[in-house]
Design a protein around this ligand. Structure first.
Ligand code: SF4
Length: 338
């Protein structure tokens, strides 16, 4: 068995060119740093959560791990194998190992196929047994049965459609699931059922997960470790329990303070952020969070990117508040500690 983590993402950058004009005359105007130096690891059987607002770069990370996008820089390794620049042919056997669960169950399932045909498709692609008995076995794992197998996706509820999406993802016996907002389109009561299903599959099948959500309570329920994204960067990362108990970054504190039933009932503890996240085409200098940070410290936050610091809970966070004077001096000299 390899000592390598199941998934290792190293200093990932994904930049997109912004263009203006029509067709052939479109001119390159600049670039958006959708993901800007993100690193994390996921062990077998572990769930790593990525949380942040819309536009923070979470889904771009998911697409990069799935190699639906080619990163601008950095590396993505599965079991120590660098897949960053593998050809589509070389990726094919690995695609079995890494599967995706999508947010939008309506558009991710073909409306012209029955449940049986949807779950059978990936099995046929990889030449695996795909008879009706096998399909029923897979459906049973996600809590569905013979009553659902001949239905079309528009004859199913949102929760049932997501169960089909999960059945399709586990049909190839993958080792890693990338789940992009898997419950955000569902009613609250159904969200808990789907998260419980994913949790039992993680335990029974030893699946690793990258779970992406805008809702830190979803991540805290499901994931052992969490990374908090803001404008393309991870600003805090650590064991979920310690991050939730003792967050270090002001943005993480604001996200947690908005969780109903935690501090939500006590208005004085709720941290309200001013305004929207800045435009990623022209992010603020210094700490990208300084335009909204309720505890900004003036010119140092406006001028110098904060270095990463170890946190008491065994993770790290990027904030000048955590800096010792010597680390501030290092940052001013242009050295960013990682
Ligand atoms: Fe706030 Fe400054 Fe820390 Fe950024 S570096 S989160 S602006 S205190």
């Amino acid at each position: 068995m390899s000592d390598e983590p199941l998934l290792k993402v190293e200093n990932l950058h994904v930049h997109f060119a912004t263009r203006r004009g029509l067709l052939a005359s479109r001119r390159r105007m600049g670039q958006v740093k959708a993901v800007d130096g993100v690193s994390f690891e996921v062990a077998s059987g572990e769930a790593f959560g990525i949380v942040g607002e819309s536009g923070s770069g979470k889904s771009t990370i998911a697409a990069s791990v799935m190699r639906l996008l080619r990163p601008t820089a950095g590396r993505i390794l599965i079991d120590g194998l660098d897949i960053t620049h593998l050809s589509e042919a070389a990726l094919r056997p690995l695609r079995r190992e890494v599967q995706m669960v999508f947010q939008d169950t309506k558009s991710s399932l073909n409306p012209y196929l029955t449940v049986e045909q949807i779950v059978r498709e990936p099995l046929i692609t990889y030449g695996l047994p795909s008879d009706r008995v096998r399909i029923l076995e897979i459906l049973a794992r996600v809590g569905l049965g013979e009553a659902h197998i001949d239905r079309y996706s528009n004859q199913l509820s949102g929760g049932q459609r997501q169960r089909i999406g999960i059945a399709r993802a586990i049909a190839l016996s993958p080792r890693l699931i990338v789940a992009d907002e898997p419950v955000s389109a569902l009613d609250v009561s159904i969200q808990a059922q789907i998260l419980n299903l994913l949790r039992s599959l993680r335990k029974e099948l030893g699946l690793g997960f990258v779970l992406i959500s805008h809702d830190i309570s979803v991540v805290s329920y499901f994931c052992q470790r969490v990374g908090v994204m803001y404008l393309g960067r991870l600003v805090e990362q650590g064991p979920t329990a310690s991050v939730m108990r003792q967050p270090s970054h002001p943005y993480t504190k604001a996200l947690i303070s908005a969780v109903p039933g935690r501090f939500g009932a006590r208005a004085e503890r709720r941290i309200l952020l001013r305004g929207e996240a800045p435009d990623p085409i022209s992010p603020p200098r210094g700490c990208a969070f300084h335009t909204r940070c309720p505890v900004k410290m003036g010119s140092i936050c406006e001028t110098f990117p904060p270095p990463y610091h170890r946190t008491a809970g065994g993770g790290w966070a990027a904030c000048h508040l955590l800096s010792s004077q010597s680390q501030i001096a290092e940052s001013q000299a242009g050295k960013v500690m990682i």
